[in-house]
Design a protein around this ligand. Structure first.
Ligand code: ZN
Length: 309
């Protein structure tokens, strides 16, 4: 038996799959994350999937890959879940936990656009923002496995906009799916205070989905989306300067559902920054399966299957 269970835990959705060791998804469950009964939800899906060799988990951070614990992610109400210990005890199989973006860049390298590259970065623009990096053919993990929490890079040190992590002015405050409406409301009260816009009528019903929809017809909404794109471009340029990658792939629901509106400002504005030679920048071909593919790739990596060789 060489099939692997992959678990992709996000703040909004959870996916549990049985996959071959070449990354083919054989069976997949996808549903809303049960924030109150996370482990029961996972057990139920694994029990229905049949025999397997081991389990790879890709989860939002922060977490500790070495102790196998999900700590206190800002976008979901769980804390200090000893997920690896619980799954090992229940199933008696090898089990590994990775930060979701670290897992995703392994998936990009093993199964996606990154096969030919030794230096690549995956960026997710979703409920939160993060990235994973392979540099000189080696995955970068950090002391607990939380390297590249780039969503909490400070965009504006004097910002009044609070991040879900408690800090101020972080990239996520402006550009994550969860916080874009907060940024838009802030701009309506400041820079666009005098402007007529359909955004104002939405009040508490303003979501990132509505913001993108209104951007097609409403001048202020369109300008706000472009401003978000400019911030994305600046922060992706910071990633280029940190890792000097040959390839950056971008995924996450915000990017995948609004490809043109997200990618165009990134590709336009990043030309304004010219410090290093440009990498290729593209949407990930793995789409919304990159998380679950990352859980499988993470298992193969930690189990010594040489996916970076
Ligand atoms: Zn933050």
């Amino acid at each position: 038996m060489t099939d692997i269970i992959g678990i992709d835990i996000g703040a909004t959705n959870i996916r549990v799959a049985l996959a071959s060791d070449s990354g083919n998804i054989l069976k997949l469950y996808s549903e809303k994350t049960d924030r109150l009964n996370l482990m029961e939800q996972i057990y139920g899906k694994i029990d229905a999937l049949g025999d397997f060799a081991g389990i790879g988990i890709s989860s939002m951070g922060p977490l500790n890959s070495r102790t196998g614990m999900i700590l206190n992610p800002p976008n979901i109400d769980v804390s200090n879940v000893k997920i690896v210990e619980l799954l090992k005890k229940r199933y008696g199989k090898r089990c590994y936990l990775l930060n979701d973006c670290v897992a995703a860049v392994l998936a990009e390298k093993a199964f996606g656009e990154g096969k030919e590259f030794e230096n690549l970065v995956y960026v997710t623009l979703s409920t939160g923002i993060g990235c994973g990096a392979i540099v000189d053919g080696r995955i970068i993990l950090g002391k607990d496995g939380n390297a590249h929490e780039v969503g909490h890079f400070v965009v504006d040190s004097e910002s009044k906009i609070k991040c879900n992590c408690g800090g101020y002015g972080h990239w996520e405050c402006y550009c994550s799916g969860k916080n874009m409406p907060k940024f838009a409301r802030y701009l309506l009260e400041t820079d666009y205070k005098q402007e007529k816009t359909a955004l104002r009528d939405a009040k508490d019903g303003l979501t990132s989905e509505l913001l993108f929809k209104l951007a097609e017809s409403d001048k202020v909404a369109s300008e706000i989306i472009d401003r978000i794109g400019r911030i994305n471009a600046a922060e992706i340029e910071s990633i280029v300067n940190a890792y000097d990658p040959e390839l950056i792939t971008i995924g996450g629901a915000v990017a995948l559902n609004n490809e043109g509106r997200i990618m165009k400002p990134i590709l336009d504005h990043i030309k304004e920054y010219r410090y290093l030679r440009r990498p290729k920048i593209a949407i990930t071909p793995l789409g919304n399966k990159i998380g679950i593919c990352g859980a499988v790739a993470g298992f193969l990596y930690f189990d010594g299957k040489g996916i970076l060789d």
